[in-house]
Design a protein around this ligand. Sequence first.
Ligand SMILES: [Zn+2]
Ligand SMILES: [Zn+2]
Ligand SMILES: [Zn+2]
Ligand SMILES: [Zn+2]
Ligand SMILES: [Zn+2]
Ligand SMILES: [Zn+2]
Length: 178
Amino acid sequence: MPGETTCVKCDQPIKGRIIAALGKYWHPEHFICQSCNLPITGDKFNQKDGLPYCEEDYAKLYLKKCGACGNPIKEKVIMALGKEWHEEHFVCTICGKKLAGMNFFEKDGAPYCQNDYNNKFAPKCNNCRKPIIDIAILALGEKWHQDCFKCSKCDKPIMDPTFEVVDEKPICATCSGI
Ligand SMILES: [Zn+2]
Ligand SMILES: [Zn+2]
Ligand SMILES: [Zn+2]
Ligand SMILES: [Zn+2]
Ligand SMILES: [Zn+2]
Ligand SMILES: [Zn+2]
């Protein structure tokens, strides 16, 4: 009937209050969330394919979930390690420092800051016990910083591939006179 307003949901004419939303007209009782079927009140709702959803269900159904807390991400999404994260939840697994936009390291799908990654996963030097980031010297069944693998007599780093071992301590070629 011309001039008559029909509800897009039930196709019946609307008498009384009309909801105009998403470019269509609705009975107030038919303007409902497509997921929980509760009437949408106020103007806070989302739409998908022209149908209304309450904010909560829309977030549950269509927003990316955070890799840390599992909740929908309504604000900025951080993409990292093949997952999406809340900016405030993409943090170092150990110290909790925010890693968005920073250098970070990954182990078993978890993010780490550089310090904690090195402390936890880099090999430790047998002399100073600190993590070895660059070149590790493999000698006497242990790992060493280049500067930490020293002659036990002259205390200089042993660069030569030839050295002697006395009492399980290395002695450089110069000191041992090989
Ligand atoms: Zn209706
Ligand atoms: Zn709902
Ligand atoms: Zn989160
Ligand atoms: Zn950290
Ligand atoms: Zn060292
Ligand atoms: Zn020496």
